[in-house]
Design a protein around this ligand. Structure first.
Ligand SMILES: Nc1ncnc2c1ncn2[C@@H]1O[C@H](COP(=O)(O)OP(=O)(O)OP(=O)(O)O)[C@@H](O)[C@H]1O
Length: 497
């Protein structure tokens, strides 16, 4: 084990309440210099709240936080915080500025230094060169808006290194990365940990990658640390899920594939592009696999988000072209966007409006009725959403719980078609299983489900058939359930299995 002196951050007995809700009840957490550490816990366990307190964007009620430098000397709290950087799923980069400008920006944020273009490019090159010399040599003057997600992540990590970060926290960073990019990100993080002494904290609900990347793990449950700095390899998957308090939900759910379900009534959906035709009987769950280009074009055509020359869609043989997602919704085609923060959650409206939105559209109701309260309450209970009040704003909920709000909007709404983009992103392991069952129930009642996921294991668990796209957006194959495997999907899509 590491000596106390080598811990870059140590949290002891941290407490935090929001009003009457006690969120952190005495959390302990410490990260050693140069380690890759997984921070685990169910939705709402308190991970982000603790991270916000460590970085200073929320205040603690009680407990201690201690920062130390590489030599083991105590740092002042304000100085220590500056050595911690969080890389979120939605990258905090300015798309119109160049790579170099984005990397050096924090150096000038105090307003005390005068911007020096030449020096900045040199500083940016030094930081990005630690990650990838070739990429640094050709990208410093490119606008960040032109980069891929993976390249953007490299720029954020370079920016953190350039501003003296000792500890980087990454929040589900591999969603939407290809297999090769995921492997490159993991080996980069391992190298920076080993050679530069960087500490990495990895927050993820994907068991497979937790094992791939993290040597040490800490598990938080309901505001308390239940596993503190234990070797990940010493815990089985079942033990991890049990410590998170989700063993019951983790039990096998008795998958019933569409092929074995009795065929419900309804209209069949036909999707065509040149040289390809898919006919989906009512109740089919069609998985969509691959990097964004292909799935996005198909989904836009299905939900009326964009006119498509590539795809044609028909219900029971009748061509169907929705002119907007609103029209699609009124005609029984639901859509849960993968862009939770920009297009999904209605931030200025309370939880009840977020949940009831699609029901109001499909029912054509203009006034919110009193019975809605009870209905909304039941829907949230089915998804185990813990909220103090239906009238709270969504920002008072954890990230994974906000994702559940989007699902709640369409679950149980009678629909011909439900299109889902990464519906379980950020959702904890136990809740994922429950969502799979709720979606199967909707399919059993005749709804056709189209489910895009970058987690191949989930497509295997839920879908009757999968259409796979390669990284260029071309259709690479349609695979029936019996022939599905994670390796086959990874091969066809080039995405991490
Ligand atoms: N501003 C706030 N006001 C009230 N409650 C809040 C606020 N911020 C967070 N909470 C509550 O604190 C609890 C912990 O949330 P937190 O975001 O830390 O969880 P998490 O472990 O990061 O979950 P996830 O895996 O879903 O991201 C949740 O129950 C959430 O509703």
């Amino acid at each position: 084990m590491h000596d106390r002196q080598t811990f870059v951050v140590t949290v002891r007995g941290l407490t935090k309440s929001y009003g009457a809700t006690s969120v952190l009840k005495g959390v302990d957490f410490s990260v050693a210099r140069g380690e890759v550490h997984a921070l685990l816990g169910g939705n709402g366990a308190g991970k982000s709240t603790m991270i916000r307190i460590i970085t200073g964007s929320a205040a603690k009620d009680g407990g201690e936080i201690e920062f130390r430098d590489a030599a083991g000397n105590l740092r002042a709290e304000a100085e220590g915080r500056r050595t911690v950087t969080v890389v979120h799923q939605e990258l905090a980069l300015l798309p119109h500025l160049t790579v170099a400008e984005n990397i050096v920006l924090p150096r000038y944020s105090s307003g005390l230094s005068v911007f020096d273009g030449k020096r900045s490019v040199q500083q940016a090159y030094e930081a990005l060169g630690l990650i990838d010399r070739d990429f640094a040599a050709c990208s410093l003057h490119r606008p960040v808006g032109d980069l891929s997600l993976h390249e953007g992540q490299m720029v954020e990590i370079a920016r953190a290194l350039s501003s003296g970060a000792q500890l980087i926290l990454l929040d589900e960073p591999t969603a939407n990365l290809t297999a090769a990019e995921t492997e490159r990100l993991f080996s980069l993080l391992r190298r920076l940990a080993r050679e530069n002494g960087l500490s990495v904290v990895f927050v993820s609900h994907r068991m497979k990658e937790i094992r791939q990347i993290a040597d040490i793990c800490t598990i938080i449950r309901d505001g308390r640390t239940v596993v503190n700095r234990v070797a990940t390899s010493s815990l089985s998957d079942t033990a991890i899920v049990e410590k998170m308090g989700q063993l019951a939900a983790h039990a096998p759910t008795g998958t019933v594939s569409g092929a074995r379900r009795s065929a419900p009534d309804g209209e069949a959906l036909t999707i065509r592009e040149e040289g390809l035709e898919m006919m989906l009987p009512p109740g089919t769950i069609l998985g969509v696999a691959g990097a964004p280009a292909g799935p996005e074009s198909l989904i836009s055509a299905l939900v009326g988000a964009a006119q498509s020359k590539r795809w044609s869609v028909s219900f029971s043989g009748w061509p169907q072209r929705f002119s907007s997602p609103h029209q699609a919704a009124t005609l029984g085609a639901g859509f849960i966007t993968g862009d939770r923060s920009q297009k999904g959650v209605l931030r200025s409206l309370p939880i009840i409006d977020n949940v009831m939105a699609s029901r109001r559209v499909t029912r054509g109701s203009r006034l919110a009725g009193g019975r809605e309260n009870a209905e909304c309450f039941d829907i949230l209970q089915a998804l185990k959403v813990k909220a103090a009040s239906l009238w709270d704003l969504p920002d008072t909920l954890s990230g994974g719980t906000q994702q559940k709000l989007l699902l709640a909007r369409w679950l149980g709404v009678p629909s011909r078609l439900l299109v889902l983009e990464e519906p379980t992103r950020g959702v904890d392991i136990g809740t994922k299983k429950e969502i799979y069952q709720l979606i199967r129930d909707m399919a059993s009642s005749g709804t056709i489900i189209v489910w895009w996921s970058t987690e191949n294991a989930e497509l295997l668990e839920v879908c009757d058939r999968v259409v796979a796209f390669d990284t260029e957006g071309r259709c690479a194959g349609i695979i029936d359930r019996e022939e599905l495997s994670e390796d086959r999907l990874a091969d066809l899509t080039g995405m991490a299995a």
